[in-house]
Design a protein around this ligand. Structure first.
Ligand SMILES: [Zn+2]
Length: 205
């Protein structure tokens, strides 16, 4: 019995080490559940090859919350533009660290869509640059106090609700493959231009 208990302790310590080293249990193909006390949950279909999602979108009645999704992967992993567009922001600030914002232009309704990438380790684009879908715009990191030291990409999608007024929406509503269908970027399967739909902001394996 004593031996078994020590073995258990050793395994627990090992698991702790692995987690603290960033070797989390589900590297790909896993998406955490939405918080139970928030509505508007979307059934999420994760490709087995897609780096995992550790936090989902939610908005509290006061407008605050977690207004994007967190994708976990190693520091230095290339971060890819979720759709083509123009870089309108690329800077560092203490809370969210290095961030890049891409303007994807007007949708069919004439209102614009933006994607925002936070906690980047490095930024590879500057304000005014044009980017293609799938183009590397930086690398994944843990910059900014709100990253909590955990390497991840915080991805936000913002929809223009009236001119110059943007509101964060759940990224799972706008995948290129359909609502809830996490869509890996595949350079051999181009997505028709003209329709806004995002592809995964890191490479699937
Ligand atoms: Zn986040």
């Amino acid at each position: 019995m004593r031996h078994g208990f020590r073995m258990l302790l050793a395994l627990t310590a090992l698991a702790g080490l692995l987690v603290s080293a960033g070797c989390v249990q589900h590297e790909t193909g896993w998406a955490t559940a939405y918080l139970p006390d928030h509505n508007a949950k979307i059934p999420v279909v994760m490709p087995q090859s897609a780096p995992s999602i550790s936090q989902q979108f939610y908005r509290d009645p006061d407008g605050s919350g977690h207004l994007g999704i967190d994708v976990i992967d190693r520091i230095g992993t290339p971060v890819l533009a979720a759709a083509g567009g123009q870089v309108i922001d690329s800077y560092f600030e203490p809370a969210y660290g290095n961030r890049v914002t891409i303007d994807h232009g007007p949708n069919a309704d004439g209102l614009r869509m933006l994607t925002v990438y936070k906690h980047l380790n490095s930024r590879g684009v500057s304000q005014g640059d044009r980017v293609e879908r799938g183009q590397q715009i930086g690398t994944l990191g843990n910059t900014g106090a709100l990253a909590g030291g955990l390497p991840h990409l915080h991805l936000e999608v913002r929809r223009e609700v009236r001119p110059q007024v943007f509101r964060a929406i759940d990224p799972h509503t706008v995948w290129a493959g359909g609502v809830g269908q996490v869509t890996c970027f595949d350079p051999t399967a181009p997505i028709e231009p003209g329709s806004f739909g995002i592809t995964y902001p890191v490479r699937c394996r």
